[in-house]
Ligand binder design. Structure first.
Ligand SMILES: C[S@@+](CC[C@H](N)C(=O)[O-])C[C@H]1O[C@@H](n2cnc3c(N)ncnc32)[C@H](O)[C@@H]1O
Length: 418
């Protein structure tokens, strides 16, 4: 087993320790430099291994429980979990077992457990690969599963869990007149199943396309930007939707509170050769009058679990109340920035109705000059059953089963009376 593979595994275990032990998101660990010392390909491998382990965690724990009298220290448990997942995905047993024994054996605190790691993983290697596909699809934790069942029903949630387990393909939005690799989806986005390194794909350097989930591309399709319109993207970073607006020829203001995240917007604009005015500011303090506004509000991000399986483990729902309050305030302030006759698209990448349907229902009651525009939702590929009672669009990861699903999203187009 190469030193590089062991280094990637050690870093994957470190990520799992942070996520499962300290409740940190993978993105926070990466931003804090968790993988900085690895070569780029080992970094990608460590990340992939940690994500794969989180997706299969429930199954790995069931297999391991058969051979553990008590739960070992978290980092040893995570080494076993990673080993079990790799073995059940067909990785050669000697490489996985030796690597995990070496990693645990070198730990001053847990070195004495290397014999246990060796014995348990050998048993998993013997029985795991056959048992794995027969085990149930891993479930969401109850704090999230229960409200989702309440909102969408048990069958839908089982479908979502399957989509989470399968992970997400890579979708692209394409600049007008350019091309991107992959198959075209009903909504016009392009999809690649096993993309590998994104920056090596044709057209990346020319800025012909950018990575954006098919569901995440729909808010701007619903907004239907026109050339020359003055449009505010109120929570813009990392910028996928600002790029769509700019590609339509709109006069775009891309605002976000996070200077570091806005750096990504600037990089994306440079690579694609598109233009927008970039502003670092609090959306609640921004002033101006716009023809159209996109409010992609900060939210629980529960619609993105296919790509971020760390989220259900790192969070417990306790922060969501404050986010819901912030969304209400942002929608109220954004409404004051919209010209009469203008349109505002409100969206969140959340599966929770409190961050979507309920926000819009309450806003429609609160503002007499606000109407939900159902016709705007009828863009290519949108199915009639996705339109909600109050006139929004509900997208779920269990939609498009078999073709890779889509992120969970809520989208509404709100027009202001003249
Ligand atoms: C869902 S993300 C936006 C994704 C983006 N629209 C895109 O398509 O790439 C939400 C964004 O809201 C920003 N944000 C959070 N609070 C904010 C505030 N008070 N004012 C402006 N932006 C805020 C976050 O920094 C984050 O970038």
């Amino acid at each position: 087993m190469s030193d590089n593979a062991t280094a990637a595994r050690r870093s994957a275990i470190y990520l799992l320790d942070q996520i499962l032990g300290d409740g940190r998101l993978m993105s926070e660990c990466l931003a804090a430099g968790a993988l900085e010392r690895l070569a780029p390909e080992d970094r990608a491998r460590a990340q992939r291994l940690a994500l794969q382990t989180l997706r299969g965690l429930e199954r790995a724990d069931r297999l391991l429980d058969n051979h553990l009298n008590r739960t070992p220290a978290l980092t040893v448990h995570n080494a076993l979990r990673l080993g079990a997942v790799e073995l059940c995905h067909g990785e050669a047993a000697h490489g996985v077992v030796n690597s995990m024994v070496e990693i645990v054996g070198r730990s001053r605190k847990h070195g004495r457990l290397k014999g246990l790691v060796n014995a348990v993983l050998r048993k998993v290697a013997a029985e795991g690969p056959e048992a794995w596909p027969k085990m149930r699809v891993p479930r969401l934790p109850e704090w999230l599963r229960d409200p989702l069942i309440m909102a969408w029903g048990a069958e839908a949630v089982t479908g979502m869990e399957l989509a989470h387990f399968e992970g997400a393909p890579l979708d692209f939005s394409v600049k007008p007149g350019a091309t991107a690799p992959g198959e075209m989806l009903p909504t016009g986005s392009m999809r690649v199943r096993d993309a590998g390194q994104v920056s090596a794909l044709p057209g990346y350097d020319r800025g012909d396309w950018w990575v954006q989930d098919a569901a995440a591309a729909l808010p701007v399709r619903v907004l239907a930007p026109k050339a020359g319109e003055k449009i505010l993207d109120l929570c813009a970073a990392p910028g996928g939707k600002s790029l769509q607006l700019a590609a339509a020829g709109a006069d775009v203001t891309a605002l976000d509170i996070s200077e570091s995240r806005l750096e990504r917007v600037r990089e994306n604009l440079t690579r694609t050769g598109l233009m927008a005015t970039v502003i670092a500011a609090d959306a609640l303090e921004h002033q101006g009058q716009y023809d159209a506004i996109l409010l992609d509000a900060p939210c629980s991000a529960t619609g993105t679990i296919r790509r971020h399986p760390d989220l259900p483990f790192a969070k417990d729902g306790s922060e969501f109340g404050a986010l819901i309050e912030l969304q209400t305030q942002m929608l109220a302030h954004a409404w004051t920035l919209l010209k009469p006759g203008g349109r505002l698209v409100y969206c969140t990448c959340s599966l929770l109705p409190d961050e979507g349907e309920v926000q819009v229902e309450e806003a429609l009651q609160m503002y007499p000059d606000m109407q939900a525009d159902r016709v705007a939702l009828q863009v290519a590929g949108v199915e009639a059953g996705w339109i909600t009672e109050e006139g929004g669009l509900r997208l779920r990861p269990d939609y498009w089963p078999g073709t890779g699903g889509m992120d969970g999203f809520y989208i509404a187009c709100l027009t202001k009376s003249t």
